[in-house]
Each structure stands twice: as C-alpha cells, then as structure tokens.
Design a protein around this ligand. Structure first.
Ligand SMILES: CC(C)(COP(=O)(O)OP(=O)(O)OC[C@H]1O[C@@H](n2cnc3c(N)ncnc32)[C@H](O)[C@@H]1OP(=O)(O)O)[C@@H](O)C(=O)NCCC(=O)NCCS
Length: 326
C-alpha cells in the first residue's frame, strides 16, 4: 500500500495584528488577564474584502510551491473550516477555482478545530486506497467574523489564518502512519454557532439575540479538551507501538497555552517536544495545526525521519490525532 507523504507545507495570516492592548480600547479586559489565562498576546484579523478562501488559496500556493506541484496535478482539495465564505458552496470549490486545480474534486469538512486532522484523514484514505495520487489539505478560518466582539469571554481567544499541506502517494517509510478520529455529539451545546441554519433561520429577532455568533462555556470545554487531547495522542502512539520519547515534535491545536501545557504534561511530553505559537495567532480553529506545522517546518524544526504528532480538539465535540513520519 502507498503511504501519503507530506511534500509541501504553506501558511498565511492576514496582515492586520490585533494586540491585547488594542482589545483594552473597546472591551472590559486587560492584557494581563488574557495573557495569564490563555497565553495569547496578539492575533491576526482579515481586512475588509478578504475571505476564508483567500487565506486558504495563499496557504495552498505556498505549499504547492514548496512541493513543486502544479495546480493541475492536484486530484483533491479538502478544506477543514467552520467559517467558509458561504454556508455553501464549499470553500474548497472556491479555492479550487482560485488556484486553478482544474482536475480536482473539492469539498469542505466541518469538524471545528479538529477540521484539519479530519480533512487530512480523508485525504490519506483516498491516497492509500489508490483512488488519487495528490491531495491538497487545508485548514482555513476567519473566526473574527463569527465572534461577538462585545463578549469578552470569547472574542479575545480567536484569530484568522490558514495552513495547507500537499500530500503525495509514495513508497517507503515516510508518511502519515495513522489517524484517529472521535466525536461526542452530547457536548454540542458547549461550543457552537446557533444561527443561522435550519434550527434558527435568519431573522431580525435572531440577530438581536446575537445568534450568528460563537457561543462557548469555556470552563467545561477546558476540562474535556485536556482529557481528550491526551487520550487521542496516546492512542496514536500505542497504535504504532511507540512511546512519548519517540515524538520529535508534538503539534497540538493551539487553543490556549494552559490547555496545551496541561495536555502535554498528561501525555508525558517534555517542553522541548511541544510546538506553541498561540501567543502570536490566538486560536485559529481548523487553521491552527497546519499553520504551526508550516512554521515549524520552515524553521527547520522537522527533519526527515522525525516523528510528528498532530493533536486536535474542537466543537462537536470532535477530537483527533495523526502520527507522521517525516
Ligand atoms: C475561556 C477561559 C480562558 C476562561 O478562563 P477561566 O479561568 O475559566 O475564567 P472563568 O470563565 O472562570 O472567568 C473568570 C472571570 O473572568 C472574567 N473574564 C472572562 N473573560 C475575560 C476577559 N477577556 N477579560 C477580563 N475578564 C474576563 C469572567 O467574566 C469571570 O468573571 P466573574 O468571576 O466576575 O464572573 C478558559 O475557560 C478556557 O481557556 N477555556 C477553553 C476555551 C477554548 O480553548 N475553547 C476552544 C477549544 S477548541
């Protein structure tokens, strides 16, 4: 069986930076509160006229450039996002058009902050089955357009961005060794966007109730996130007969520094094994893992043969891991 190898990574964040100090100007919050509770210093925010598909296309082009893969060679474009340009059509279709991946089929995966790992898993299966040879897997989000900028409990946490990888069918040891996906719909109300869908269709009243904005019960999310991130990371290691010492780099979903540190500790990983960039980008949901993966890759933190462990958790709840031999 062929393995799905990552042959290129790319990422993109919008130019505008919103610091905690900037938030102090219009919210009842402080830089100190945000930093100590979350580890976040700043986040990037889209400009007017800039959309999720734009961020995704930029990240995709960078990944394709690194891979040396022309757009026409891509068989599949899959985007993990919960903040697509439209409810439908899929943002992946818009990206396909923007980059000229004329031979690809394209669809979105909705798994909140686990979206990229879910999308990766689907692409890996398509490659391993022999159905396709090359896939572009993207995580892209514009959270700034669905957070309630009057709600200090949530808006300080999130940011915008995108990351992408090019996967290719290959022989040899390198590639995605396994992916592990889980969901528990009984937690849906702890983290979600109520409107506007079939349950709460568009209405002026719904707008007054701020239904189109993200809702979260942070404390509850925190507890389940730490436990689930640890369990699914260990599941990936066990499935491959490996232990924590085999992990060269652990790239968790960048939700919040306290969640990352607590889950890494529970898994038994040392600080030097954990990649953290939440301080500069905030929680970019489905984009956070590929964004961190690309940063780490370009900074030379990942070398051939390295074992990279991706670990995600998000609304649904959904959680997922992937173990990759680079
Ligand atoms: C959101 C989170 C940082 C809050 O931290 P916490 O220690 O749980 O804080 P609490 O919710 O207990 O709130 C403590 C107080 O701070 C206040 N507060 C909340 N946001 C604030 C802000 N931005 N600035 C200042 N004060 C704030 C609350 O109103 C509360 O005040 P009260 O005690 O007077 O009611 C934390 O729960 C968390 O990280 N949860 C996970 C969120 C997440 O990562 N979600 C995405 C997962 S994919």
């Amino acid at each position: 069986m062929k393995k799905a190898r990552i042959i290129g990574t790319g990422s993109y964040v919008p130019e505008k930076v919103l610091t905690n100090k900037d938030l102090e100007q219009f919210l009842d919050t402080t830089d100190e509160w945000i930093l100590t509770r979350t580890g976040i210093r700043e986040r990037h925010i889209v400009a007017e006229g800039e959309f999720t598909s734009d961020l995704a296309a930029h990240a995709a082009r960078r990944a394709m450039e690194m891979a040396g893969t022309p757009a026409e060679a891509i068989d599949l474009v899959v985007v993990g996002t919960i903040t697509g340009d439209f409810p439908w059509p899929a943002t992946a279709c818009l990206v396909q058009q923007k980059i000229g991946a004329v031979n690809a089929y394209a669809y979105d995966v909705s798994a909140a902050c686990s979206g990229f790992v879910y999308a990766l898993s689907a692409a890996v299966s398509a490659i391993e089955s022999g159905r396709i040879k090359k896939a572009l897997v993207i995580g892209a989000e514009v959270l700034s357009r669905i957070v309630d900028w009057t709600d200090r409990n949530t808006c300080v946490l999130f940011g915008d961005g995108a990351g992408a990888v090019v996967l290719e069918a290959g022989d040899g040891d390198a590639g995605v060794l396994s992916t592990h996906l889980h969901s528990d719909g009984s937690f849906w109300e702890l983290l979600y966007q109520p409107g506007f869908g079939s349950r709460y269709p568009a209405s002026e009243d719904g707008l007054k109730q701020r239904l189109p904005f993200l809702k979260m019960q942070g404390n509850e999310v925190f507890k389940v996130a730490v436990r689930s991130l640890a369990e699914v990371a260990l599941e990936a290691l066990q499935a491959n007969g490996m232990g924590v010492n085999d992990v060269s780099l652990f790239i968790p979903h960048q939700a919040n520094r306290r969640i990352l540190e607590a889950s890494a500790k529970r898994i038994g990983l040392g600080d030097d094994q954990v990649y953290i960039n939440v301080d500069r980008f905030g929680n970019t949901s489905g984009a956070s893992i590929p964004l961190a993966l690309d940063e780490a890759n370009r900074a030379g933190r990942i070398k051939p043969g390295d074992m990279v462990l991706l670990d995600a958790f998000g609304g649904g709840f959904t959680w997922a891991s992937a173990l990759i031999r680079w």
